[in-house]
Design a protein around this ligand. Structure first.
Ligand code: ATP
Ligand code: MG
Ligand code: MG
Ligand code: MG
Length: 462
């Protein structure tokens, strides 16, 4: 029997709760006191100060299912959506944490027992990576857990060495991978084919054991800590006997709903997967108070909405559709995230206005782009054209890139930047695409936040 995504989320929390972990609700996608971070992108974000020792809580073990967005910023999976079986812009990260309580051996044991005993995964399908110098982790996996040596892969890159910043807590990680079978292209981690989707990383165990000093030296942390993260959708895929995250229960229903709304009957269409992915990130971002705008977080949101709308257009949909998916999303996730249900009307309104506005220029912009692509010489969409689409038709450059990529082309982004610069110098108005959301809904703004300038660099916002 397969297990539902909701059931797996519950089982994870219960398992760690039973082992002395305090269940902590997911924090907002907008980090509260960290202007260096665009969006919450891991379960540990809300516990940062606990790891640094700057904050003491009444518990030393915690468990959570954290909503995360990886679109823009240090971790950006926006370009992966629609292309890999395992990446979303929005996903849930299941995590167990030890703040100076248990360490490496127990963390490995918890993870292994949860996967193989609680969830019943077959041991033969699992393999792990460790940081190449971490002999302690090797011994635990090999001697205590009993994993054969050829299933423990030593990795020398930063993929297996985690750090919070240039200084401060850091340490090696060990990642658990699942082999989806030889019929899928890809190789084990560390091999030339590792980017394929045969061996999918499911769980990252971070062993925070050093404190890196400004001069680069590593001191042992007096009380080492544990931070782990497992993608809920990835573990669901395994337990539901499917390969892609986009085939799990929740996505199957979202994709069906999307197909119905846009009037498509090709359920395997990539555009439907993109739309189903994007409705989650967009809805949760609005739920957490982000509004579409031309800068910072709001611009990332606007870009994702416009990409989704473009994919609906690609499927031949000529009506405003995206907001209509919110009710299906609420049906899927409203129980686990009551704030989503509470904000449903706001989310729908914001999405509707944003889509209506873009719909006015999308068709015209797409015909200009398509015409240009037909007569294009070479493999690169000229920067001037990408800029015209941006400036006159509201096409974020990544959207133009998304269209180009489908045809095996790229966009001359340097040329785009130059055209943008030229226009700035001519001191024309920055954009004609601002919506007045104050008239649509009254949304509480996060007045404490003042980091857009700091953010724009990492968000690659234009
Ligand atoms: P990958 O190498 O597959 O991109 P990652 O190493 O970037 O994953 P981590 O930063 O280690 O991922 O995050 C911990 C876990 O969160 C991963 O093991 C994976 O299960 C899940 N995860 C990470 N990124 C995504 C994503 N974009 N969509 C869905 N799940 C994700
Ligand atoms: Mg990644
Ligand atoms: Mg990885
Ligand atoms: Mg990882």
């Amino acid at each position: 029997m397969t297990r539902s995504t909701a059931d797996i989320r519950r089982a994870f929390i219960e398992y760690f709760n039973k082992h002395g972990h305090q269940a902590v609700p997911s924090s907002s996608l907008v980090p509260h006191d960290d202007p260096t971070l665009l969006f919450t992108n891991a379960g540990m974000n809300q516990f940062k100060d606990c790891f640094l020792g700057a904050e003491k809580r009444s518990y030393t073990r915690a468990v959570s299912s954290q909503r995360c967005v990886r679109a823009g910023g240090k971790h950006n999976d926006l370009e992966n959506v629609g292309y890999t079986a395992r990446h979303h812009t929005f996903f849930e990260m299941l995590g167990n944490f030890s703040f100076g309580d248990y360490f490496k051996e127990q963390a490995i044991n918890f993870a292994w027992n949860f996967l193989t005993k609680e969830l019943g995964l077959s041991e033969e399908k699992l393999l792990v990576t460790i940081y190449h110098e971490d002999d302690e982790a090797f011994d635990i996996w090999h001697q205590k857990v009993g994993l054969p040596a050829d299933k423990i892969i030593r990795i020398a890159t930063s993929d297996n060495f985690w750090s919070m910043g240039d200084t401060g807590p850091c340490g090696p990680c060990s990642e658990i991978f699942y082999d989806h079978g030889a019929h899928i292209w890809g190789g084990p981690p560390g091999s030339p084919e590792e980017d394929g989707d045969r061996f999918i990383e499911i769980w990252n165990l971070v062993f925070m054991q050093f404190n890196r000093q400004a001069d680069g030296t590593m001191e042992d942390l007096p009380k080492p800590s544990i931070d782990t993260g497992m993608g809920l959708e990835r573990i669901s895929a395994i337990l539901q006997n499917v390969h892609s995250n986009y085939e799990i229960d929740l996505f199957e229903r979202l994709i069906k709903a999307a197909a119905q709304i846009v009037g498509s009957d090709d359920l395997n269409n990539k555009s439907l997967r993109v739309i189903a992915d994007h409705i989650r990130s967009c809805s949760f971002l609005i739920c957490d108070g982000v509004m579409p705008s031309n800068e910072g977080r709001g611009y990332v949101l606007r870009r994702i909405i416009r990409r989704a709308v473009r994919h609906g257009y690609q499927l031949g949909c000529s009506q405003v559709f995206f907001y209509q998916l919110v009710s299906q999303l609420v049906a899927e996730m409203g129980e686990a995230y009551p704030e989503l249900s509470e904000q449903q009307a706001v989310i729908e309104k914001v999405l509707k206005v944003e889509e209506e506005q873009f719909a006015n220029t999308l068709d015209r912009g797409m015909s200009i782009l398509n015409q240009a692509l037909e007569t294009l010489e070479g493999k690169q969409v000229p920067g001037d054209l990408a800029f015209k689409l941006y400036d006159t038709y509201g096409f974020p450059v990544d959207l133009t890139n998304d269209v180009a990529r489908e045809k095996g082309l790229t966009v001359d982004e340097d040329g785009f930047e130059k055209a943008m610069q030229k226009q700035k110098e001519m001191a024309q108005s920055a954009s004609k695409f601002g919506a007045d959301y104050a008239n649509v809904v009254k949304v509480e703004q996060d007045t404490a936040f003042s980091g857009y300038d700091a953010l724009s660099a990492s968000a690659q916002v234009i």
